[in-house]
Design a protein around this ligand. Structure first.
Ligand SMILES: Nc1ncnc2c1ncn2[C@@H]1O[C@H](COP(=O)(O)OP(=O)(O)O)[C@@H](O)[C@H]1O
Ligand SMILES: [Mg+2]
Length: 442
């Protein structure tokens, strides 16, 4: 992203803010131009806003740097947008901004007691509600404004119910303006974007839009592409059919890499390890035409299935024995590049390290994000399951969203038999940076 083009369409509407607005919110599809619009508003704000400390927030300092600070530097030059990650400070045309990752446990203590002249918050729907409320209460300098962006979540989500739904002026998906004269409306100006509102992408990279649409399915398509706040309901993997995904182990094709084993850990229920491998799809001439993923094997120790409860040392021994068995129906020297473990399983991890397991990491444990990656791979037929993964095959059909959590605006699976599914989620989500470019670029 080197050059910034003038904003058109919805983005132009979003930056034309009413003078009464104290909160300016852009919600809607991914890559629809929300952040770019808010960034431009923010730079203007930095130049003209009331004196005082400003704050730039997001999920983590890493995502803030990637989504906000680096784009600003590429448009306005690093001399005008200076960033010191070590101190968490940034200067935009000389205006001092505190950089805060809201998913840090310390985020609330960092903003507690501040007096702010303005704030920019990216990905606001994934920050804790208490931290968001605290941020709003800190904007106490007269004239202070909050700018935020978010993708849609559940319709009962606190950010929608308590804030977006009470906007005094809302420009909807279709560009229609809705005024809310109710007494309890907030001085909030809301603009809802759809993917096609990013005219820059529409003109410069229409293939990317088509590709993006393929990456999202079901619930996530409705939210991330169609900009709808819809609930997670019913089966989590409605596409699951054994005939479609299960491959007899004896017939597994040649794999080019074993990406990881994802392990879930339980003392009173099952501990699992799901082995994920990459397969090169080749045509008749031997040319690689694409890639897909296979879950080739499964480790499972279930203390409920009539087995005794065992110590971490015993579990580690069983797991390592399994690691040294054959995982593919032909000779191979391939070994898993990583072992990703349930981040909550501290004692088991220590045991595995003591027992010499290398390349051990914490599994990426954002549950809904992991589920969305698995669902997307299944929907696009990029993930196949070997018949050896009996626990996984058994768990797939019964995995459901929790309606009680959904009523509170939270996406949460019902806690049922999900031990192999959790292991799979760790393996898939933790290796995404490896498989994602291969799977989409071919
Ligand atoms: N006016 C613009 N000039 C240049 N690039 C743009 C412009 N608007 C959007 N883009 C491009 O579109 C991408 C997606 O926009 P962004 O605002 O980050 O989407 P969102 O925040 O909705 O996910 C940006 O990274 C940038 O590459
Ligand atoms: Mg964004």
């Amino acid at each position: 992203m080197a050059t910034l083009e003038p904003l058109t369409g919805k983005a132009a509407k979003a930056v034309d803010i009413p003078s009464w607005a104290k909160i300016i919110a852009c919600d809607g599809a991914v890559r629809s131009g929300k952040t770019v619009s808010e960034l431009l508003l923010w730079v203007k704000y930095c130049l003209h806003s009331p004196a005082g400390l400003l704050l730039i927030g997001g999920r983590t300092e890493r995502t803030i740097a990637n989504n906000l600070i680096y784009p600003l530097q590429s448009w306005f030059g690093a001399e005008n947008v200076q960033y010191r990650s070590s101190t968490g400070m940034c200067w935009i045309f000389g205006r001092e901004c505190l950089v805060v990752g809201f998913n840090d446990a310390q985020a609330q203590t960092k903003i507690q007691g501040l007096t702010l002249a303005g704030a920019l918050l990216d990905e606001a729907a994934v920050v804790p509600e208490a931290a968001f409320t605290m941020l709003v209460s800190r904007l106490s300098i007269p004239g202070a404004r909050l700018f935020f962006t978010c993708n849609p979540e559940a319709p009962e989500h606190w950010l929608k119910k308590k804030w977006l739904d009470r906007a005094r002026l809302w420009i909807d998906k279709d560009g229609k303006a809705h005024e809310n004269p109710a007494d309890d409306s907030l001085k909030l100006f809301r603009v809802t974007f759809v993917l096609e509102d990013n005219t820059w992408l529409v003109h410069n990279n229409p293939d990317y839009i088509a590709e993006l649409k393929l990456q999202y399915t079901g619930l996530w398509y409705r939210r991330m592409i169609e900009s709808e706040w819809v609930a997670a309901e019913g089966a989590i993997y409605p596409m699951w059919e054994p005939q479609r995904y299960v491959v007899p182990w004896e017939k597994l094709p040649k794999m080019s890499q074993i990406l990881a084993v994802g392990c879930d850990y339980g003392t009173t229920n099952a501990s699992t390890g799901l082995m994920l491998a990459l397969h090169d799809i080749v045509d008749d001439t031997g040319r690689i035409t694409g890639h897909d993923l296979y879950v080739i094997d499964e480790f499972r120790y279930d203390s409920r299935a009539g087995n005794p409860r065992i110590t971490d040392a015993d579990l580690s021994e069983r797991f390592r024995r399994w690691l040294h068995t054959e995982h593919l129906p032909y000779e191979t020297a391939l070994e898993p590049d990583y072992v990703f473990v349930d981040p909550a399983a501290a004692s088991f991890k220590v045991q595995l390290i003591e027992d010499g397991i290398e390349n051990l990491g914490d599994g990426e444990n954002n549950v809904t994000y992991g589920i969305s990656r698995v669902a997307s791979l299944l929907d696009t037929d990029k993930l196949h399951i070997s018949s050896r993964c009996k626990g996984l095959i058994e768990e797939f059909p019964g995995y459901c969203w929790d309606p009680k959590a959904s009523d509170q605006g939270i996406d949460k699976p019902i806690k049922v038999a999900d031990h192999s599914l959790d292991g799979l989620r760790y393996a898939i989500a933790s290796t995404e940076s490896v498989w994602q470019p291969l799977i989409t670029n071919t």
